[in-house]
Design a protein around this ligand. Structure first.
Ligand SMILES: Cc1cc2nc3c(=O)[nH]c(=O)nc-3n(C[C@H](O)[C@H](O)[C@H](O)COP(=O)(O)O)c2cc1C
Length: 212
């Protein structure tokens, strides 16, 4: 179904994709943003409920308000770490909302499809899982387009609802910054900053029962 070359391209994108927080100001053409959103919209979803919406933000003023919400949360979360770790945490750059030319708020509507969406009665959070699948599609598509993308989850949902006029029942799942970058790292930024390492895959695989 796929040529060796196409398969290799897919794996190359999977391994190359990174979370990026440093952006150039160069604008991203609308048609490329549309391709990313279409990739997201072709993600899997429980009962095919497609719970997502995409709020595309390019206004400097709105981005500044979103960046304020993220920075407020970053400072509030610092208290969870002991002294040295706290300084380390505060030194990490955890978003690039103001620099990135585009930020997309991806939301999840838990009411879409009614009360009995096929498959969602057992695990209600499958709506959020579906939205995360859409975001991953977008992330891979962004990488393929030579674009940098950063996932920002440091914010109080009500702050983002207020800033973007999102109704109370809609869940703002992610703020996604998109743009070009001249700093596309080859390893996760948290790894190069000595915050966390990639675990050994073989330690995460069990056979037949948990722990074995
Ligand atoms: C659900 C989710 C939320 C995340 N939130 C943030 C965030 O708020 N700020 C940030 O800098 N990175 C965030 N990230 C990116 C992770 O830090 C990053 O994926 C991880 O360090 C691995 O790096 P890589 O994506 O480059 O492989 C988030 C990633 C996911 C999947």
């Amino acid at each position: 179904m796929f040529t060796e070359f196409e398969k290799e391209a897919l794996y190359k994108i999977i391994y190359t994709r990174r979370d990026i927080r440093t952006f150039l100001s160069d604008p991203v053409p609308d048609e490329i943003i549309m391709r990313l959103l279409d990739a997201a919209h072709h993600g899997p979803s429980v009962g095919f409920m497609q719970p997502w919406n995409f709020i595309v933000v390019t206004s400097k003023e709105v981005k500044e308000r979103l960046a304020w919400a993220a920075d407020k949360e970053r400072r509030a979360l610092a208290i969870h770490y002991e002294e040295n770790r706290q300084d380390h945490f505060l030194s990490l750059k955890i978003e690039g909302i103001k620099e990135a030319p585009v930020t997309i708020c991806i939301t999840c509507d838990p009411t879409r499809g009614g009360s009995h969406v096929l498959g969602r009665n057992s695990i209600p959070e499958t709506d959020i899982m579906s939205t995360a699948c859409a975001i991953q599609n977008m992330w891979l598509a962004a990488c393929a387009e030579g674009l940098a993308m950063g996932w920002v989850s440091f914010y109080k949902k009500n702050d983002v609802r207020d800033i973007l006029n999102i109704p109370p029942h809609i869940d703002p799942i992610a703020l996604i910054s998109i743009g070009y970058t001249d700093q596309y790292p080859s390893m996760p930024i948290l790894e190069s900053a000595n915050w966390e390492k990639r675990k050994s895959l073989k330690d995460l695989i069990y056979h037949e029962t948990w722990g074995k």
